[in-house]
Design a protein around this ligand. Sequence first.
Ligand code: AP5
Ligand code: ZN
Length: 207
Amino acid sequence: MRLILLGAPGAGKGTQANFIKEKYNIPQISTGDMLRAAVKAGTPLGLEAKKVMDAGGLVSDDIIIGLVKDRLKQADCANGYLFDGFPRTIPQADAMKEAGVGIDYVLEIDVPDEAIIERMSGRRVHQPSGRTYHVKFNPPKVAGKDDMTGEELIQRDDDKEETVKKRLAVYHDQTEVLVDYYNKWAVSGQPGAPKYRKIAGVGPVDT
Ligand code: AP5
Ligand code: ZN
């Protein structure tokens, strides 16, 4: 199974990815998680990316496309993959098409902007695994601790209200065009075209 999870910041891509990757036994390829790992490791890429991420902007297409192509060479992608937060621009989507990276489903998680700010302010993350909680909507069993490891949960640097607003604006400006892009491809009847599904992301996490 080869999937793309498309949706605004805070729509629940990471949250749903957790269930989907277990069900289909496929790796979650989250460009955001990959960049945060580089920031934590203090690599040159991480130092560069941190500035952009903290400002709510997008890291350059060349860097992201290179990261993902490298990741796809790893053996665990043989059975499929789940893209989370990628592609995020038309050039990123085109690069995957040109490289022949197959996609079976594009799942759009739809959440209105008004709900996003509250989700982000309550989000807590287990950095090593990327597991995501919410203090109110999806609380960990023990406050501030990861359910699986008991390790500390943190707040993301880019979850400040001001940065979230910027990220939402960037989503509407540069990523939302992919809704049209994949919808058109899906109805084109071309061989290899993905199926497109729009899912309301406002219900409870399990639903
Ligand atoms: P990235 O990490 O991809 O962030 P994002 O797309 O902004 O999405 P989020 O991770 O914030 O949200 P999510 O949809 O995963 O929601 P979650 O499940 O956590 O990217 C970060 C940055 O990296 C970008 O800004 C950019 O700078 C850079 N970057 C990354 N990829 C890039 C690319 N391809 N190109 C260029 N730059 C790139 O849920 C959010 C909260 O809501 C959680 O607390 C959760 O518990 C809660 N929640 C989830 N579902 C529900 C529900 N149904 N009801 C109530 N609460 C819910
Ligand atoms: Zn995420």
